[in-house]
Design a protein around this ligand. Structure first.
Ligand SMILES: *Cc1c(COP(=O)(O)O)cnc(C)c1O
Length: 426
């Protein structure tokens, strides 16, 4: 059959775009070549509904081994007892935990989307806000830090069945012990969604949720640097504190309830080719190289925050503990939308983002979110953060000057030549 040049040319162009630009989207990263290669493989042809050793189809003896390897490796990475590596995405992982533990109409309590939370934590446009009754906590206006008093107050008033912590645009660590105390007082379960900072947690650079949270979910493609996908983890695999039942009314181990919620609950056949790539990525997480990477991410984020503050950029909560930060651009009189669009023309990619208590619509916003996982994978260190901030500042300070913006684009291209991306791909 003829090669589909239409599609492969577009793939080549996307590679070129990724090579040339500065990637600051906090949720993106670059997988290793072997993770990518593991993803494009014959396991895409295999149906494997079920779990290793208990499948509904024949011929699963090989995919059983890759899936088991992925499970064993990620359990070792987080030193936890239960892992499900089948969720197609972070959203599916969260959907599975809620399906396993709640009844429609039950109350959930999560961080407000406009304060840094995620759609799957109770947004009215998401299943989580439609099937369940969502309530929210926020961050404090003065400090930008999670308002645990508000979490406690809403929890006492509403008595939710599930408290969700974790965020998409929050630069500080979480007090999991305190969250668990609040949950225990009102009889709630706790789910920590570590989709963003998982890699830093894996390496002990942030607090671990495993001792305090019943469930931990994550994506695999953000700081974890694997293929796009999700995982569900538990520190202990036996707890079913509230005697939760399966759809037939039997009390089961929590691990069984979670497995059943992923399949057959919300998914059909697992993506065994992606699971193979997850296994490769999880192996990389165990390496010394990745430990160095995670440390570099954290110190690059701090160097970037410092360089931004020196140029009078206002960072929510005044800094970062993790890999990202949220910049409030109101003192610069620039909207998040305009900043994103103009930086894009200079081939600096990031996203507009609402800041806490934003007065602008989510389509405009007052802020931008900046993350360093991708540029750290490209090989940048603390000194390069200053250069990146200089580029950003030059664009934003000349936001209506197309000539300056395109000169920055040229400078960005030559700067990025120092950091080859997938040289093996030609
Ligand atoms: C990215 C993210 C998700 C969802 O991940 P997808 O793979 O895009 O579905 C879930 N929760 C949080 C906190 C996230 O940041």
């Amino acid at each position: 059959m003829q090669r589909d040049s239409l599609v492969f040319d577009l793939i080549q162009k996307e590679l070129q775009r990724q090579r040339q630009g500065i990637e600051l989207i906090a949720s993106e990263n670059f997988t290793s070549l072997q993770v990518m290669q593991a993803m494009g493989n014959v396991m895409t042809n295999k149906y494997a509904e079920g779990y290793p050793g208990r499948r509904y189809y024949g011929g699963c003896e090989i995919v059983d081994q890759t899936e088991q390897l992925a499970i064993d490796r990620i359990k070792e990475v987080f030193n936890c007892q239960y892992a499900n590596v089948q969720p197609h995405s972070g959203a599916q992982a969260n959907a599975s935990v809620l399906l396993a533990t709640l009844q429609p109409g039950d109350k959930i309590l999560g961080l407000d989307l406009s304060m840094g939370g995620h759609l799957t934590h109770g947004s009215p446009v998401n299943f989580s806000g439609k099937l369940y009754e969502p309530h929210f906590y926020g961050v404090k206006k003065e400090t930008g830090l999670v308002d645990y008093e508000q979490m406690e107050e809403v929890a006492r008033r509403e008595r939710p069945k599930m408290i969700i912590c974790g965020a998409s645009a929050y630069s500080r660590d979480w007090d999991y012990k305190r969250i668990r105390q609040i949950a225990d007082e009102v009889g709630a379960l706790v789910m920590a969604d570590i989709a963003h900072p998982a890699g830093l947690i894996a390496k002990g650079l942030l607090a671990s949720p495993f001792d305090h949270c019943h469930f931990v979910t994550s994506t695999t493609h953000k700081t974890l640097r694997g293929p796009r996908g999700g995982i569900i983890l538990m520190g202990k695999d036996f707890e079913n504190p509230f005697g939760l039942k399966d759809p037939k009314g039997n009390i089961r181990m929590m691990s069984n309830l979670l497995d059943m919620a992923v399949f057959p609950g919300i998914q059909g056949g697992p993506l065994e080719h992606v699971i193979a790539a997850k296994a490769v990525a999880f192996g990389e997480l165990l390496s010394e190289d990745y430990t160095q990477y995670a440390k570099q991410v954290k110190s690059n984020a701090q160097a970037m925050a410092k360089a931004l503050v020196a140029k009078d950029y206002h960072i929510i909560s005044n800094g970062t503990d993790n890999h990202l930060m949220l910049i409030d651009l109101r003192n610069k009189n620039i909207t998040g939308k305009k900043a994103q669009e103009t930086l894009d023309r200079a081939h600096i990619t990031l996203n507009k983002n609402a800041v806490p208590f934003d007065d602008k619509s989510p389509f405009v916003t007052s802020g931008i979110r900046v993350g360093v996982p991708a540029i750290t994978t490209r090989g940048m260190n603390e000194e390069h953060m200053q250069t990146v901030v200089n580029f950003i500042d030059k664009v934003l300070m000349n936001i209506d000057d197309a000539a300056v913006v395109s000169s920055v684009a040229k400078d960005v291209h030559s700067f990025m030549e120092q950091f080859p991306l997938y040289p093996e791909l030609g």
